[in-house]
Design a protein around this ligand. Structure first.
Ligand code: GDP
Ligand code: IMO
Ligand code: MG
Length: 418
């Protein structure tokens, strides 16, 4: 059985959590393969909103196994908070959540290093979520990291050695700090120990042999990928489809469908280039109508029009086979909708994402008519206004990949399969 992958095609927050929750009944297993608590994946059903950071979005469906795979960086403090919240709602998660021995742990000094690095960068800061993601992946690739499997092997002394290394590193920064949450960290470690630790690559392999259907849930988005995103304003993992292979230990030939998810417009949180950003009333309107405030940090998200140059790049990098468009309802009241189809850089018109997105990129826009219809109650494509059908056809023609789902609100029910 092949593994399907769902991932973001923009700068994150495309609605991955919602759509994974919608698709979960078709799968036996949901796995997270990269990122960590920098992610905030929102699910809404029965008028309750849930935000997940470390835990896969299949957790609310009883018969689904959820796996935190090796590519993830896990914060025991955030994890414990998530577990307690879920348990207070009666979700028994120790039965259907397992964790890879090879997932790396975020320790309190990783978070301090993240903050110190950002403070030192001043105006050119990344705008990181301050969850310690960069420093933890640095320790992973620097071969100093602490892994979940180390909990069984002289953990305390390994932890102390890593903390000492961090304290030495922190001396190069002029940054005042106190380590306040060590006690909570060890409580989080105890919370982790209630779960089964697995060699998730073997588990995933045997699940595939037993014909189980697996969906891999991406975090962040393609334009935040460490190799292909708007470097250095990116996260520290491979958010693209290839990251699913290394993040779970599966061969490229094991990947089946690649669901690429994007908003009907575009947002970004944190610093870095954003060619179609709207620094005007239309941008404020998108933010207000789309409630564009970060699920993890609460920061206002920057908003702009859809960028097909970037979207085509993301589709190419991921080998997307099906598209999912979210937040379509946010455009309900716009009389005209703009889509960037090329970039003008100096005198050149280009359909490529340049080496440095920093260059003075001027988007070349095509304008399409809005639908001026409330889509939030629409449940069938026969109810689509003709302008929406036109918008979707235009995108499919440009992107050469079919749009398979259109989301028209945050709730589980507010989605239409095409
Ligand atoms: P993720 O990180 O990709 O899972 O996305 P987030 O949860 O960070 O952000 C998406 C936000 O949009 C959340 O608040 C969702 O509840 C909400 N959302 C998802 N799909 C839709 C949609 O189709 N319409 C509207 N209005 N909101 C949506
Ligand atoms: P989900 O999974 C949106 C952004 C941060 C910052 C940059 C680096 O919810 O889509 P990091 O903390 O990773 O070192 O921050 O990446 N970022 C996200 N933006 N959605 C996310 O996750 C993000 N995770 C990180 O804002 O610009
Ligand atoms: Mg999010």
């Amino acid at each position: 059985m092949k593994i399907d992958v769902l991932l973001g095609l923009q700068w994150g927050d495309e609605g991955k959590g919602k759509v994974v929750d919608v698709l979960t009944p078709e799968y036996d297993v949901i796995t997270r393969f990269q990122g960590g608590p920098n992610a905030g994946h929102t699910l809404e059903f029965n008028n309750i909103k849930h935000i997940l950071h470390n835990i896969p979005s299949g957790i609310f469906r009883e018969n689904t196994l959820n796996i935190i795979s090796n590519g993830v960086v896990l914060d025991p403090i955030v994890f414990q908070q998530e577990v307690e919240k879920l348990e207070s709602m009666g979700v028994d998660i120790t039965k259907n959540l397992v964790i890879s021995n090879k997932a790396h742990l975020i320790i309190p000094t990783h978070r301090i290093l993240d903050a110190a690095s950002e403070a030192a960068k001043g105006k050119s800061k990344i705008g990181s979520t301050l969850k310690g993601i960069g420093p933890t992946y640095m320790d992973k690739t620097g071969r100093n990291g602490l892994r979940v499997g180390d909990l069984e092997l002289d953990f305390k002394s390994k932890y102390t050695a890593l903390k000492e290394k961090h304290l030495n590193l922190l001396k190069i920064y002029d940054y005042a700090f106190t380590i306040e949450d060590e006690e909570k960290f060890f409580e989080g470690i105890d919370a982790l120990r209630r779960f089964q630790f697995v060699d998730s690559e073997y588990l995933i392999h045997s699940l595939r042999e037993n014909k189980k259907k697996i969906l891999a849930e991406g975090a962040q988005g393609t334009l935040l990928d460490i190799d292909f995103g708007s470097y250095p304003f990116v996260t520290s993992s491979n958010t693209i489809c290839a990251g699913a292979c290394t993040g779970m230990g599966v061969a490229p030939s094991a990947i089946g469908e690649v669901f690429g998810i994007f908003k009907a417009y575009c947002t970004r949180v944190g610093s870095g280039p954003f060619p179609t950003e709207l620094l005007n009333d239309e941008g404020d309107q998108l933010r207000n109508l789309g409630n564009e405030f970060g699920s993890t940090t609460g920061r206002p998200r920057r908003c702009g029009w859809m960028d097909l140059v970037a979207l085509k790049y993301s589709i190419m990098l991921n080998g997307v086979t099906q598209l999912i468009m979210t937040k379509t309802d946010v455009l309900d009241s716009f009389s005209a909708i703009k889509v960037a189809t090329a970039y003008k850089v100096g005198d050149e018109i280009s359909d490529r994402v340049p080496y440095s997105m920093d260059e003075k990129i001027e988007p070349v826009y095509t304008e399409l008519p809005g639908w001026n219809t409330d889509l939030t109650g629409v449940r069938h494509k026969a109810q689509f206004p003709k302008e929406l059908t036109g918008y979707i056809r235009f995108l499919e023609k440009e992107l050469k990949v079919p749009v398979k789902y259109v989301s028209v609100g945050p709730d589980r029910e507010q989605i239409i399969a095409l």
